[in-house]
Design a protein around this ligand. Structure first.
Ligand code: AMP
Length: 142
């Protein structure tokens, strides 16, 4: 489940306000080594998501001047989210269907974490390894 991933990676989410500029967002993404920022209105109220792709798309379309535009003008407002009880399988399907790599986690409508495609791959690898180990032990003792 999503809860299992958050238990390992933690529940901290780097957020940004919609009135900051894309230049500000690029700096945060670069400094924190992230691919996306959750855009919040009042604390923990998710109003959008801004990924590195949105910045690249805007600069490609309108040139470096786009870096002066606001996060609010360039974010995706229709955010697909999940909850802690959801299965990792469901989140993988959301990412594949929507072609994005980040899914914020909500708890009672409030931001409670984020799962990236990297987190999902890490979790699946660990799961596959422990499955393999269990099979090996089963064969050895059969
Ligand atoms: P990503 O692959 O996460 O870097 O994002 C690719 C595109 O999808 C960008 O335009 C993002 O704003 C958008 N996006 C990212 N995550 C989500 C999400 N959970 N729900 C909706 N759109 C998203």
């Amino acid at each position: 489940t999503v809860r299992g991933i958050l238990a390992t990676k933690g529940r901290d989410v780097v957020t940004i306000s919609p009135n900051r500029t894309l230049a500000d967002a690029a700096l945060v993404l670069s400094e924190r080594g992230l691919g996306a920022l959750v855009v919040v209105g009042s604390p923990d109220e998710v109003i959008g998501i801004l990924s590195e792709r949105d910045i690249v798309r805007s600069v490609a379309a309108r040139g470096p001047g786009a870096l002066g535009e606001t996060v609010g003008q360039n974010m995706t407002a229709d955010v697909v989210t999940t909850v802690e009880s959801a299965t990792v399988q469901t989140v993988m399907a959301q990412m594949t269907d929507g072609r994005f790599r980040h899914v914020p986690v909500l708890d009672g409508g409030k931001l409670a974490g984020i799962v990236s495609i990297g987190d999902v791959v890490k979790y699946r690898l660990a799961e596959m390894e422990s499955e393999q180990q269990a099979l090996r032990e089963y064969i050895a003792t059969a």
